[in-house]
Design a protein around this ligand. Structure first.
Ligand code: UT7
Length: 331
């Protein structure tokens, strides 16, 4: 399959809504405290999209920024994949809306859904298309407006999530490095612990489903937490094994930004000091599929990632799903 070339990340971009909602703002509307949220999660504030802003709007801006960073025109994009659990609508796909917005008229476009692991699933799919010789350039986006499916009366969920979008351009290259390996996984038998029950074919929208609040995120936080602590480190180790990279060779970990305690557990499993782990959940909370690409974009733009650095991206989420990708940074 590999015909002497690899797939590299050549540009990154992100977009966050301007509206900042702090823990203190939440104290005013629900029975919670800044102290509880900060000590249990590490989150201090999150960005929340306004009524008019949909996932494709944030995706479009993130995509344009990634294209600019990669020095690529929209007409040169062969494929757009958007990973999201909050698409603008059931169909057409958010990717098709982005394709229209940015003018990527030659690109195939589709959405995928693997919840918080979605961006890394999409990255792996895009990589396969390029490695297989089908496409040269792909735009991979992780984007969410989770606030649209959040119950502001449910303190179990509404304090942890936020909105945002991140994008990367990946391209075929003859240079060595780029994406070295990926490990994707799922355990559907545990899917009940994190769901949006209604709005699909099982429970279509009815007055009853709305009255029963079935269109909102439902989460058994403890169960997800236990799963996450176990799987983050494990997924990263498996992806590292596939590319024969040792733990001591990791330069940077960019984890899904769900909870500081989960990230610390993963860092411990990987023997990594704090300065090698990128965190921005204090500012943005958990943005599901957008967490990893936004963090990657920030780390890249801050100059934290050096050429040839071994960067491990890892995520877990609804499904339940997990994913990890090892990259030799070559942007
Ligand atoms: O991206 C994947 C999606 N999800 C996740 O990654 C979530 C993973 N889970 C978590 O991050 C944590 O489980 C949470 C942050 C969601 C919850 O933290 P926890 O330490 O597991 O708390 P808990 O659910 O065990 O609740 C402990 C206590 C309970 O009170 P009692 O029963 O001990 O009196 C809750 O009712 O804290 C209470 N509580 C709150 N108190 C203040 C729950 N939510 C809140 C809140 N403010 N927002």
């Amino acid at each position: 399959m590999n015909k002497g070339y690899s797939v590299k990340i050549s540009g990154t971009g992100s977009c966050l809504p301007s509206n900042v909602v702090t823990n203190f703002d939440l104290e005013k509307i629900m029975n919670t405290t800044d102290e509880w949220i900060r000590s249990r999660t590490g989150i201090e504030s999150r960005r929340i999209a306004d009524e008019k802003t949909a996932t494709s709007d944030l995706s479009t801006v993130a995509a344009r920024r990634a294209l600019e960073d990669a020095n690529l025109n929209a007409e040169d994009v062969d494929l757009i994949i958007v990973a999201t659990i909050t698409p603008d609508m059931m169909f057409p796909s958010t990717a098709c809306i982005v394709q229209k917005n940015i003018g990527a008229s030659k690109a195939a476009a589709f959405d995928i859904e693997a919840a918080c692991s979605g961006f890394l699933y999409a990255l792996s799919i895009g990589e396969q298309f390029i490695k297989g010789g089908v496409y040269k350039n792909a735009l991979i986006i992780g984007a969410e407006t989770l606030s649209k499916i959040m119950d502001w009366e449910d303190r179990n969920t509404s304090v942890v999530f936020g909105d945002g979008a991140g994008a990367v351009v990946i391209k075929k290259t003859t240079e060595s490095g780029g994406i070295l390996s990926s490990c994707l996984g799922a355990d559907g038998s545990k899917g009940d612990v994190l769901t949006q029950p209604a709005g699909g074919s099982r429970i279509p929208a009815t007055h009853g489903s709305i009255k029963d609040k079935l269109h909102y995120i439902k989460m058994e936080g403890n169960e997800v937490f236990r799963f996450a602590v176990r799987i983050m480190g494990k997924a990263a180790v498996e992806a590292l094994k596939l590319s024969n990279i040792k733990l001591e060779d990791i330069d940077f970990l960019i984890p899904h930004q769900a909870n500081i305690r989960i990230i610390e557990a993963a860092a411990k499993r990987l023997n990594l000091s704090k300065d090698k782990v990128y965190m921005n959940l204090d500012k943005y909370g958990n943005m599901s599929a957008a967490s990893v690409p936004v963090a990657l974009d920030e780390a890249s733009k801050k100059g934290l990632l050096k050429k040839e650095d071994i960067v491990v991206l890892v995520a877990f989420g609804g499904g339940l799903t997990w994913a990890s990708t090892v990259v030799k940074w070559s942007k």
